[in-house]
Design a protein around this ligand. Sequence first.
Ligand SMILES: [Cu+2]
Length: 81
Amino acid sequence: MKQEFEISGMSCGHCVKAVRSALDGVDEVSVVEVSIGGATVELKAGAGADADSVRRAVTSAIEDEGYAVVTSRTVSTVDEA
Ligand SMILES: [Cu+2]
């Protein structure tokens, strides 16, 4: 399952690095992509988490870095190994 997050407050490569490293610290997901204004993560196989708990964990990791999640959505429910 992939989830996309729209993020406000990011403005440069430093922000991208900060968000990426924050998301690397979320056990349930692997980072697919981080760019200015957004991030996409994929739920790790066997993590046993649901969409809501992933959304909460990712949102709080982003907020802890000082950015805000504007919207989030599940973009794929297919497990792509
Ligand atoms: Cu920045």
